[in-house]
Design a protein around this ligand. Structure first.
Ligand SMILES: Cc1ncc(C[n+]2csc(CCOP(=O)(O)OP(=O)(O)O)c2C)c(N)n1
Length: 639
């Protein structure tokens, strides 16, 4: 059969396709996904699981007008394949190529650029209430697809409560594959399981399917059955009662890989005049057996080659990363100190906490994707006398800012925030770069803000944090762990580590780029410039003595951070220099400018921003040349 996918330029091209052709297309879409991961690491199992749902949605609604939001956004690939981006699909997650998440700049079919879970229902409700207020827009449907992993996010219930209260028509498709990245946890997971497993319901469902299969997809007969179905679903059992109480009519569960059935139910609920929760059961990794067998590993697998369902080879990197160092350090602390606990918001796998989960199940807490709850929960544990560590990606900590303020900092509780993936995270792009934490944490009184210059620092900082009676944060990048060559000093509150003083200038680096700065200084030394390097370690409290000494003694000071310049480490230095009445013009700041940084290889992105060794050396070289000129002209004037 000739391939169909290359000819699909938009969902309009799906309209004439028979069920058989749609099924053929689903197979081709899965092949495209498999082909992609044979070239690079990408979100995989989640995307395999939504292929049929994607086709059914696009053949039931017209998303040029109707609204579709894929919660989180990591399962957007099939949608991209049929919304005009097939030809560029191979570029996904590379610099200049397609994003791995929804991107309105790529297509009108993507409404919001997202990557953080749980916000879809809120934005869809906003869209719906906006459309309802604008004349002529009332008929636009709002549809959300949300996974059972994202579903426990608190914001989802805020939005459901609001939807019910406003009595809005909205379709929430609960895509239930029994998985977050790891197996989902918590009572909501149990509840969804009960809905899925209830034998009375399963029997009822079979009956409904039999009835539905007798009616055409579109047209009046569907409407005739609507009332009966609703009543049957309600009367037959109390399934979905929780959602019904919130104002959502509950339908399902239905097989999420049966296009025919999906289309029937979607056509049916489309006609409902209220909020609907359609429970769709899918298999994560569907259609590629190894992924279906191990959906955790295949959530974002490393690049691999395969023949049919047979894996030939994985390109697994053996590099040790900061995440490894962090999880080992936490494990060690937990062995030594029974008061240490670790809290993750559904990122056990990403933060490599599996061993901790298995060895210390009583002190390992997975809150699900609920970052704000996770931080407040940690505050409670700290108040009870424990030493909780919240192990979290920098970008996701943003979800819990108010809890860091009120429950942690304001109470001065010893919660340790370990911020993984701080800095540029690479192919995930702007939704995942963790560049704002220095700025948003250092403004909070009581908060100690640290960043290790290498993995030795990381281990010592964690130890320091767990002994310090106040909230502490430490952040480290998504990068291979490095070790600085020079002899190291112990970590002391508010003390930087001077690696080298230089006659001509000084680089003060905070965090991930310290070793890059050491390299830059080496390049410059070979050119005859003597540039010192300071491993700042603390953003707050800042080592005033070392910073002011550098500004007084050197011709120039360059601050370096893999964080937003606005309000970051360099800003802290500039504030300190200004407050001390020293010459502020001596300081130059290098870091992330005031813009969202695209996706791409981390080192490539850093180089683009002048944050690689040659870029940092170039900045110093320029400053040295300017200073020479100024000094020279001054001395000329004097003579
Ligand atoms: C706020 C937030 N926290 C954590 C994550 C990391 N994350 C990405 S996908 C995912 C699991 C989502 O599970 P589900 O919604 O069920 O989708 P599935 O991958 O199972 O299809 C997690 C925890 C995120 N994207 N956003």
């Amino acid at each position: 059969m000739p391939p169909l996918l290359p000819k699909i330029e938009s969902p309009l091209d799906l309209s004439g396709l028979s069920l058989g052709k749609l099924e053929q297309l689903a197979d081709e879409m899965r092949e495209a996904l498999c082909h992609l991961v044979s070239h690079r690491s990408a979100h995989f199992a989640s995307n395999l699981g939504v292929v049929e749902l994607c086709l059914a949605l696009h053949t039931t609604f017209d998303f040029r007008r109707d609204r579709l939001i894929w919660d989180t956004g990591h399962q957007i690939y099939p949608h991209k394949l049929i919304t005009g981006r097939y030809a560029e699909f191979g570029t996904i997650r590379t610099k200049g190529g397609l994003m791995g998440y929804p991107n309105p700049d790529e297509s009108d079919y993507d409404l919001f650029m997202t990557g953080h879970a749980g916000a879809s229902l809120s934005t869809a409700l906003g869209l719906k209430s906006g459309d309802d207020l604008i004349p002529g827009q009332h008929d636009r449907h709002s549809v959300v697809v949300i996974g059972d992993g994202a579903f426990p996010s608190g914001m989802v219930y805020e939005a459901m409560n609001n939807t019910g209260g406003l009595d809005k028509k909205l379709l929430e498709v609960l895509k239930d594959n029994q998985m977050s990245i790891c197996p989902r946890v918590g009572r909501m997971a149990d509840y969804i399981d009960r809905l899925r497993m209830n034998p009375i319901y399963t029997g009822l469902k079979t009956e409904l399917v039999r009835v539905l299969n007798k009616v055409p997809v579109f047209g009046d007969p569907v409407e005739r059955f609507l009332g009966q179905l609703k009543e049957a679903a309600k009367a037959g059992l109390h399934g979905g009662m929780l959602f019904e109480e919130l104002g959502f009519r509950y339908f399902g569960p239905i097989d999420g890989h049966n296009i025919r059935l999906l289309k029937k139910y979607l056509a049916m609920v489309k006609e409902e005049d209220s909020a609907v929760l359609l429970h769709v059961v899918t298999e994560k990794g569907h259609g590629f057996e190894p992924a279906a067998q191990d959906p955790v590993f295949f959530h974002t697998p490393p690049q691999f080659t395969h023949e049919e369902d047979e894996i030939i080879e994985f390109k697994i990197s053996s590099t040790r990363t900061y995440t490894h160092t962090a999880s080992e350090a936490i494990h060690e602390q937990m062995v030594d100190n029974p008061r240490v606990t670790v809290i993750t918001a559904a990122m056990c796998q990403g933060n490599k906490l599996e061993k901790i989960r298995d060895d210390h199940p009583d002190r390992f807490f997975d809150t699900s994707i609920c970052e704000s709850h996770a931080v407040a929960f940690a505050a409670g544990q700290a108040k009870a006398g424990l030493r909780p560590i919240v192990d979290i990606y920098s970008t996701f900590l943003q979800r819990s800012y108010d809890q860091i303020f009120q429950e942690v900092a304001l109470q001065n509780l010893p919660v340790t925030l370990m911020l993984d993936r701080a800095g540029l995270t690479g192919p995930d792009g702007p939704t995942h770069h963790g560049v704002f934490d220095f700025a948003y944490l250092r403004v909070l009184p009581n908060m100690v803000v640290m960043a290790p210059g290498d993995e030795i620092d990381l281990v010592r900082m964690l130890d320091f944090a767990l002994r310090h009676d106040a909230p502490c944060s430490l952040r480290y990048p998504k990068a291979p762990a490095v070790r600085l060559a020079s002899a190291r000093t112990p970590v002391e509150l508010g003390k930087a580590e001077v690696l080298d003083w230089g006659e001509d200038g000084c680089i003060i680096a905070c965090g991930s780029l310290v070793s890059t700065c050491v390299e830059a200084a080496k390049i410059l030394r070979a050119e005859g410039l003597d540039i010192g390097v300071v491993n700042a370690r603390f953003v707050k409290p800042l080592d005033m003595e070392t910073v002011l000494r550098a500004v007084e003694q050197c011709d120039f000071v360059v601050t370096v951070e893999e964080a937003a310049l606005a309000g970051g480490f360099g800003s802290a230095v500039v504030e300190a220099v200004a407050d001390a009445g020293l010459e502020i013009g001596k300081v130059r700041r290098l870091g992330i400018p005031d813009q969202f940084i695209e996706h791409g290889d981390r080192l490539e992105l850093l180089a683009d921003l002048g944050l690689d060794a040659s870029g940092i050396a170039a900045t110093c070289r320029n400053l040295a040349t300017q200073k020479e000129f100024v000094k020279g002209s001054r001395s000329r004037r004097v003579s």
